[in-house]
Design a protein around this ligand. Sequence first.
Ligand code: PLP
Length: 374
Amino acid sequence: MNLFNVYQLWPIEPVKAKGCSIWSKEGKEYIDLYGGHAVISIGHCHPTYCKMMKDQLDKLGFYSNAVQNSLQSDLAKKLGEVSGYTDYSLFLCNSGAEANENAMKLASFHTGKAKILAFGKAFHGRTSGAVAVTDNPKIQAPFNKTDNITFVPLNDINAVTKEIQGGEYAAVIIEGIQGVSGIHEPESDFLKLLRKVCDKYGVILILDEVQSGYGRTGKFFAHQYAGIKADIITTAKGMANGFPIGGVIISPKFEAIYGMLGTTFGGNHLACTAAIAVLKVIEDENLIENAKVMGEYFTSKLKGNKAIKEIRGRGLMIGIELYEEFYDLRDKLLFEKNIFTGGAGKGVIRLLPPLCVDKVIADKFITAFNELTL
Ligand SMILES: *Cc1c(COP(=O)(O)O)cnc(C)c1O
């Protein structure tokens, strides 16, 4: 059997990793400033994480949601403390798309309404509902197109109000910081007004923090910079350092009804252990603060480079928009300097390194970047 070939692959096969480094099967070392797409939050193969996972695997790897599992409540308690959402509840699933899918379903159950408002250039995942609120017709099949979804421009509060004032909407869904579109941030004032109009018209505010969450931006969730609270927050990528998991964080105003949501794998023993280990390391090593400090370091050192049109983002979610003559820089960083970075459309380099990245690694990147753009 062949693989169903939907990915464009770099000609590199990593076989080993540690911290912010990965090694190819030829034994070449690469610096990882991409974090496997914002997934590796505490660094590769962290010893605390590996030990907790191995111990759990030896005890009990999986049982279904038909039995009690106190690892789920341990995770919920810890996540509440670290995020500040102590009075909210947690529903566990397996991915970011699934978290958004469940969030929108919950908003629809709660309000009895079907429509969802989303934003231009948004990305929310690949499953039916999630891809329907993703602003990219190329990845939507005819099956995914529905009249229930409307897109309005990011940061345009008048467009939001005009749509939702009629009372037909269940929810508004918005990324904490847009990732796939090339790092575009909702303005703090916009988020505050969005919170107000959602309250006014009884619309659920869903914050998709799948990529921007878990400390990456220097706060636990990016929307916390605006000082607002969401009704539902979705999380996934950085949550378990690569073990599949997704979380839906739900306001106390929602009523949990037996059977309304469910999953076979979601919240299993290994996934919960991975997520608990990540929170432990984030706290022990003060990684949220490090994300903030290192984000400022990267940005300040890059400023003034003539290849750069604009630098966007917060903390360790950084978008570097290049001038056209430097569009091949990402390839050069990888093939000439052995540095992995993320991309986003044409001409934007996305830095999504593990939150433990340090100045030594950052300086290697800055030096390489400067050399290649001389
Ligand atoms: C990656 C991503 C998703 C989808 O997550 P999967 O785990 O790939 O399903 C959803 N929303 C945002 C903002 C993302 O970056």
